[in-house]
Design a protein around this ligand. Sequence first.
Ligand code: XMP
Length: 494
Amino acid sequence: DGYAAERLFNQGFSYTYDDIIFLPHYIDFPTDAVSLSTNLSRNIPLSIPCVSSPMDTVTESYMAAAMAALGGIGIIHSNMPPSHQAHMVRSVKSRRVPILSNPVFKSPDSRIVDHFDDDSLPCVLVTESGTAKSKLLGYVFKSDWMSLSDKDAKLVDYMRAADSTISVPWSYDLAQIDAYLKKEERDFVLLEEGGEVLDVITKQEVERVKGYPKIGKGSVGSDGKWMVGAAIGTRESDKERVEHLVKAGANAVVLDSSQGNSIYQIEMINYIKRTYPQLDVIGGNVVTMNQAQNLIKAGADGLRVGMGSGSICTTQEVCAVGRGQATAVYKVSSIAAQSGVPVVADGGISNSGHIVKALTLGASTVMMGGFLAGSTEAPGTYLYKDGYRIKKYRGMGSLEAMTKGSDQRYLGDTAKLKIAQGVVGAVVDKGSILRLLPYTMQAVKQGFQDLGATSLQSAHDLLRSKTLRLEVRTGAAQVEGGIHGLDSYEKKAF
Ligand code: XMP
């Protein structure tokens, strides 16, 4: 019944995730027996197969910290100077709670102007020099500032003095912080390391995060800190970027190129493996076995797969190259598995079923942009449009992103005329990924259970042994498999 993957994917068609469907197999274990633990690259184990994409509307410190807390990993984008990117890596590494609040520091002689316009800011911190690195003297609550009659008063005249119970070490995790706030009956606490205040955590935030479902253990590296990756390009100047990132403690670098099979990338992989043997490097993007082989030979510790499958991508239309993502993942994974190189299925994920398909076809992780965009942890502020709360999501090959510097990925070094290979859009508020991903992973586990696979490895084995069967869905079968026959207003409510 059905087709083996080997036969289905060798008939000259390029299949997307939606084109194919697995036939159910046999269940003899509960959903909770499914383990989704995996590897990002040769030396980076993860407890969930999720990676956030290096895009400037998806992954900065906040997203990467939350991804690590969940047991996945975030890849900080490179559309900024190397020192900023390294700073973001440090910011992820310098905490053990998936909350970032960007505290504001002031000197005692200064005044508060309009800082409290930002609702997420619980207080302004007063330090000797007005920077994070000097001695903490006191703090000012928003309510103190609001009730002040003379808004021009110097902070030193009305701040509350800091005492020793106001801070805890940065290494405290959420449970420890929660216990501390309760014991000291405080509404907020500062996280400190070596006399430097790194963050402010409020009781409200702790309660919010505590309310989310728990999954797996966080991704902690050998340095005892959260794991985080960072994107790089293939220019000569990217060697300096890598150095910044290595110093900041990045666990992996991910080459950011829409066509990874190039002399530039091969030379960069060679250079990184020679200079930083400890650092995992993920090459890509690739979609064919031949491309993959070249990067594996060059020493890539992982491969990023996908060309034009992303929700904001126009590469296939603009350049006439690419591949259906299901076919690309299957083909590249079958060659990468022979060398033990994990595959990151990048782009085209819009539901948990797509994740089940990517992982079963051979990927070790999925990299997501649009699926995570619009969440609390994605960069950018929320706007309102037509009654929806939305956040911007844009392709890194869109003109707007390229003017900020990401042109290398899509233009190569010499092109002078900018041609867009992506678009700018917006996505609806999804809430926190600390809630979204646990539910999504539970759905993925149920998919694995239906396939009779208790782990990623067992799914790969079932596929290769031809036990697992699949079929192509016709257009009508795809319509039947989605929501249909409801009025459009009901669809929206869903
Ligand atoms: P999703 O489907 O998760 O895709 O939103 C995210 C992936 O899309 C790639 N990407 C682009 N591809 N033009 C492209 O052709 C672009 O402007 C662009 N921006 C991002 C990238 O691989 C990302 O992880």
